[in-house]
Design a protein around this ligand. Structure first.
Ligand code: FNR
Length: 363
């Protein structure tokens, strides 16, 4: 895997490994894909202002996430149907996260089950992403299984009353491969149930459209695990989530797959962080992170951790577990370089004044 030296190298290589419809399913964003581009471009508009002669002796990227020590503030965001990228699927990414000492989030719509992932990566810090089903009992059972399997938190996706419009999926009539199953609820589906239906449409029909803040309370009431709200972009929503008892907020626009024309996540992160300064809630972000520099900028603007979605899928497609580990290691190496040259060798040193918007340099 040593020949890959940037996350872009992995994305380019994935293009050669994956069939075009699968590549487009993973890569693309909603409608005009403006937000997809902005998620990355907005990082470029931020500049790092290094401190000199800081007597640097090394980098220390360790931090604590909801009480668990991680080796660096970079975790894996949930994404559906990971066996589409590689036959080892979710298990390979979870094992990579375990080997690298960081967090893995399993999607509700996974192709390996909660239990398979737990037994393959028992020491990984695992989170479970929750889509609430119309039949609450389905969700309740999934949550109980995640608890029993040793998952450490629930990531409740709050930005998906319906799935966004991804034009390439429509053009490609994209459907997941026949042999892939939604491993967490094989008991609920028989093959004939979804034989005529695109699996995404089929699952979409089963998810609860009418979720409200009351459902956050409901989720809290059925579990001892901390709940993190995934998909918050407005400060007032962050405060609501905190008041409903969420332990964390993931500032996310779902990798620009839901609604186009949204701000880049890095743009709204400071507002959310500021709104929560009197709450005991951790703030994370995802969307468009592809370099250690990006991670650094997110940390400076107040994120406790960033999550990566597509980069893990490119690593998985190209090299299975080893590809994901290499992806995480590239981010680690780049972040270690950045923190040292910026004169802020530990995560706690990375304060907001380390980063300025490019517009502040113009007269
Ligand atoms: C996702 N994402 C996602 N989120 C979620 O809550 N449940 C899910 O099942 C999925 N599935 C999914 C599939 C694919 C192919 C992608 C690319 C993304 C969103 C994901 O968790 C995360 O928010 C974004 O991927 C982060 O942006 P980047 O890192 O991909 O730019």
């Amino acid at each position: 895997m040593e020949k890959y030296i940037s996350l872009q190298d992995f994305e380019d290589a994935a293009t050669n490994v994956l069939a075009k419809p699968a590549m487009e399913y993973f890569r693309n964003g909603a409608t005009e894909q403006q937000t997809l581009a902005e998620n990355r471009l907005a990082f470029r508009r931020l500049r790092i202002l290094p401190k000199c002669l800081m007597g640097i002796t090394g980098a220390d990227l360790r931090t604590t996430i909801l009480g668990h020590e991680v080796s660096m503030p970079v975790g894996i965001a949930p994404s559906a149907m990971q066996k589409t990228a590689h036959h080892d699927g979710e298990v390979a990414i979870a094992k990579a996260a375990q080997a690298e000492g960081t967090i893995y989030t399993l999607s509700t719509a996974s192709t390996c089950s909660i239990e398979e992932v737990a037994s393959a990566a028992p020491d990984a810090i695992k989170w479970f992403q929750v889509y609430v089903f119309r039949d609450r009992e389905v969700t309740r059972k999934l949550v109980m299984r995640a608890e029993k399997a040793g998952f450490k938190a629930l990531l409740l996706t709050v930005d998906t009353p319906v799935f966004g419009i991804i034009r390439s999926d429509i053009r490609n009539s994209y459907a997941f491969a026949e042999h892939l199953k939604l491993a967490n609820f094989v008991e609920y589906f028989s093959k004939s149930d979804n034989a005529d239906d695109d699996m995404k449409d089929y699952v979409g029909k089963l998810f609860e459209k009418t979720l409200t803040w009351e459902d956050v309370k409901w989720l809290k009431s059925i579990t001892k695990l901390p709940v993190i709200a995934k998909g918050i972009l407005r400060a007032e929503d962050a405060v609501k989530a905190a008041e409903m008892g969420c332990s964390g907020i993931l500032v996310s626009n779902h990798g620009a797959r839901q609604l186009d024309g949204l701000p880049a996540t890095i743009e709204v992160l400071p507002e959310v962080v500021d709104a929560l300064k009197n709450y005991n809630v951790e703030v994370y972000m995802d969307g468009g992170v592809t370099t250690g520099n990006d991670v650094y900028k997110a940390l400076a603007l107040g994120a406790k951790m960033v999550l990566v979605g597509r980069p893990a899928l490119w690593g998985l497609a190209v090299g299975g577990q080893a590809g994901v580990q290499r992806t995480l290691n590239i981010l680690r190496t780049e972040l270690e370089s950045t923190v040292q040259i910026a004169g802020t060798p530990t995560v706690a040193d990375i304060t907001r004044d380390m980063v300025r918007h490019e517009s502040s340099f113009r007269k």
